[in-house]
Design a protein around this ligand. Structure first.
Ligand code: EPZ
Length: 422
């Protein structure tokens, strides 16, 4: 498996253009199934997760090309609604194909996506939402068979503002008969992007970005061309890396409003942040200050997807910080790896108590999930000496050629592929 080798201690500097949002592109690609014909989606990043989604769509009979950041997807030829288990297991967020497949074909067969390093990843809210729309769901082992001759609009309340469940219900309801309301809906920017995409295809959806979304079902949708929003988590990762290396970085093609909770935390840590349109400038010439308490919660609160990255900054801060993870029960696995690099962190239940140290030291560390892997890269950039990050396929799921992106900012980082033993 590939690994990254990082020579730490060099401040990042320069300008970077942020890639399209993985977590917006994935549901939008799934939603393309709702319209027969050729849909074109721009600003789609070149990532492992995107490759998996395109392979699933090809398996369903679609024609899909991904060239230069643009996906051209012909769903006319889609001829099955059964998603192979092997592909479902490669990416658990393929579960939100259920909604579009059910709406288009009247039935679908998928598999329990299973848990991962960060948690159990339940899908009960997805299934409850689709049942509320009139779907009959049968579970045989880990196989899920879903049928609905015609989906009917319904009033649905989510007991938790699940991003994926909100997206699945929105997509299924778009072609249902009558009105659907989703209360306690997720409010993430990616939900808003999905609404904009569906409405560009002719759907009638309102309220994304608030906790109540209304969908008036229509008879059919038509293909369109659409550009995906910038990736707020990739942007946030770069911002933290700039601060942790005491660098000066300009980010272009951002939506600062999507990052207000991170900007607030970084400013509390003494990081200089200047926002100008779609540009964010980040600078940190002195040791960051501890941040008393950060709690991850659904958007617009502090995002779980930036928790591990910010933890690295706090390990170098002056003072004690508390970081509490409330979204995923297994998302503190990076603590052990950071401790091996000299961090002083104590975990109690889902809270990390971080006492800042003057420096981290390079080590060999293993990425356990996408964002923990990104955090280890930041730690390696800030640490004294050499760091080797292994299992970096996790990172490639969400970051487009991370070593190229960081090298452009002056980082001393290289990718090594294992020499095949011939
Ligand atoms: C999306 O995952 C993102 N993935 C995640 O990003 C992100 O961390 C998460 O939202 C929270 O913001 C994509 O958009 C592809 P949830 P999702 O449903 O939809 C529980 C990354 O690093 N839950 O909001 O799976 C669940 O167990 C990834 O890019 C249920 O209990 O997140 C979890 O504890 C990681 N029942 C919590 O809700 C359900 O039916 C949040 O899950 C669904 C979820």
């Amino acid at each position: 498996m590939d690994k990254l080798v990082i020579e730490g201690g060099k401040p990042l500097s320069g300008t970077i253009v942020i890639q399209g949002a993985k977590n917006a592109a994935l549901p939008i690609l799934a939603a393309s199934l709702l319209a027969e014909g050729t849909t074109t989606i721009d600003h789609v990043p070149d990532l492992l997760d995107i490759d998996v989604m395109l392979n699933i769509l090809r398996e369903l009979g679609c024609r899909a090309e991904h060239v230069g950041g643009t996906v051209v997807l012909d769903t006319e030829t889609a001829h099955t609604s059964h998603v192979p288990e092997s592909l479902m297991r490669q990416m658990r967020s393929s579960i939100f194909l259920m909604g579009p497949l059910l709406a288009r074909f009247g039935e679908t067969q998928v598999y329990q996506p299973g848990g991962c390093a960060i948690g159990e990843r339940k899908i009960d809210l997805h299934l409850e939402g689709l049942k509320a729309l009139g779907a009959e769901i049968e579970e045989i082992g880990n196989r899920i068979i879903c049928r609905a001759d015609k989906l009917q609009g319904a009033d649905i309340h989510l007991s938790f503002p699940s991003v994926g469940a909100t997206e699945n219900i929105m997509m299924a309801a778009a072609l249902a008969e009558g009105r659907t309301t989703i209360s306690n809906a997720a409010r993430e920017p990616e939900i808003q992007d999905l609404q904009h995409f569906l409405n560009a295809m002719g759907a009638k959806i309102m309220g994304a970005g608030t906790d109540t979304i209304t969908v008036d079902g229509v008879q059919s949708l038509t293909p369109c061309r659409y550009k995906v929003i910038p990736d707020r988590i990739v942007a946030g990762t770069i911002m933290v890396a700039a601060a942790a290396t005491r660098g000066q970085v300009t980010l272009q093609n951002t939506q600062p409003a999507h990052l207000s909770s991170l900007i607030h935390v970084l400013r509390r840590a003494g990081v200089q942040i200047v926002v100008d349109g779609d540009i964010i400038k980040v600078g940190c010439a002195t040791r960051p200050k501890a941040v008393e308490r950060i709690v991850t919660s659904p958007y617009p609160a502090f995002p779980t997807d930036l928790q591990s990255q910010v933890m690295v900054l706090l390990t170098l801060a002056d003072g004690v910080s508390i970081l509490k993870e409330t979204i995923f029960e297994g998302r503190l696995k990076h603590v052990d790896e950071l401790s091996r690099m000299g961090a002083d962190i104590r975990v109690d239940m889902n809270a990390a108590f971080i006492r800042g140290v003057p420096r981290l030291y390079g080590a060999t560390a293993e990425a356990t999930d996408l964002r923990a892997g990104a955090a280890l890269v930041i730690a390696g950039l800030a640490a004294q000496g050499k760091t080797v990050v292994e299992q970096i396929h996790h990172i490639d799921r969400g970051y487009e050629k991370i070593e190229t992106m960081l090298s452009r900012l002056g980082a001393r980082i290289s990718r090594y592929a294992p020499v095949p033993n011939n």
